[in-house]
Design a protein around this ligand. Structure first.
Ligand code: DAH
Length: 345
């Protein structure tokens, strides 16, 4: 009687364990359920063994041995099942996480620097190579720095040409990078060798060559014995690095309130070499910047003695240089951020 029960339990357990491995449910939970059902304290096998007391002394060792065999068999089958379940899990995981190294990669397009930034970086590198430092000043500026200290008093006609955006009576959007000259000279004494690139603002009507925001690069050198020859030598060196060894420059007399003497500086046309072409409008020369010797009054305004020190300054418009470099016809392109335009650089 007991012998049959044990054999039945053994057989039943074997079937359940075999079914378990094929199940699609939570194998871990199902496995535990089967284990408890047969081997647990209240399990079927334990239940049968509790009745061993009712057996005769002759039957007891025989049934005992059989019970041990059944238990060992269930334990072994469970262990095998467990190994199989874990193996299945691993196979599944390997299948899910398979990485096909022969698949083509996802193409993502790298961005590029804005053409203004590219050329500005070039210009910066050239001046840094000559021993200049890069300085900066605020775009929202005081009237004093943008005009007054640069020798442009309130009634000066030069103010008319600057189409200033005023924030209040004495606060404005800087119309030029020249105020950085004053801020630098207030902060440190000569020798001074800086460039100051940055945005400037003018309330011009927008068209292909005018934008209410554009960029200038200011330059300032102040030391003992600085002359116009230093200005010419510096600008010539820069022009050759920017436009090639054949580039030449020429000075035309001009007027700026903050320099004396003042000049407009042209570079020989890099497209035709000076013969005259569409780019230089037949001139052979292209105007690139304004420059001059720092006005003694400007030095005095910054507590620098013009008897002891002299300096030169220059200011160039970045957009015009970049437009000619890449043959860009419309200044508005720089500020519209149209990817079809920007991707070309
Ligand atoms: N600030 C001038 C402008 O916006 C450009 C300029 C001319 C700057 C001569 C200078 C200079 O430093 O010396 O038109």
């Amino acid at each position: 009687m007991m012998k049959e029960m044990l054999e039945k339990i053994g057989k039943q357990a074997q079937e359940e364990i075999a079914a378990l491995v094929k199940s699609s449910g939570d194998l871990k939970a199902e496995f535990e359920q089967v284990r408890v059902k047969y081997l647990g304290k209240k399990g079927e096998l334990t239940g049968v063994l509790r009745q061993m007391g009712k057996l005769t002394p002759e039957e007891r060792p025989v049934i005992g041995e059989l019970a041990n065999e059944v238990r060992a068999d269930i334990e072994k089958k469970l262990a095998d099942a467990k190994a199989k379940i874990e193996d299945l899990k691993l196979q599944q995981q390997l299948k899910n996480e398979v990485l096909d190294v022969t698949m083509p990669g996802k193409d993502f397009s790298a961005g590029s620097l804005h053409p203004l930034t590219q050329v500005l970086n070039e210009v910066k590198d050239i001046f840094i190579g000559l021993g200049f430092e890069v300085a900066a000043g605020p775009e929202v500026e005081l009237d004093y720095y943008n005009f007054e200290a640069l020798n442009i008093p309130k009634d000066h006609p030069a103010r008319d040409t600057q189409d200033t955006f005023y924030v209040s009576e004495n606060v404005l959007l800087r119309t030029q990078t020249s105020p950085v000259q004053i801020r630098v000279m207030e902060q440190k004494k000569p020798p001074i060798r800086i460039i100051a690139p940055g945005r400037v603002y003018r309330s011009d009507a927008v068209d292909a060559t005018h934008s209410p925001v554009f960029h200038q690069i200011e330059g300032l050198v102040v030391d003992r014995g600085v002359t116009m020859a230093d200005l010419k030598g510096t600008l010539e060196t820069v022009a050759k690095q920017l436009y090639g060894e054949d580039a030449r420059i020429r000075f035309r007399p001009h007027h700026f309130p903050f320099t004396e003497p003042s000049a407009e500086v042209d570079v020989s046309c890099f497209a035709c070499g000076g013969k005259g072409c569409r780019l230089c409008k037949g001139e052979g020369w292209i105007e690139i910047l304004g420059a001059g010797m720092v006005h003694p009054q400007v030095l005095r305004n910054c507590d620098i003695d013009p008897e002891e020190y002299s300096g030169f300054a220059f200011g160039m418009g970045l957009e015009r240089i970049v437009m000619r470099r890449f043959d860009i016809q419309d200044i508005r392109m720089f500020f519209e951020n149209d990817m079809r335009f920007l991707k070309q650089f």
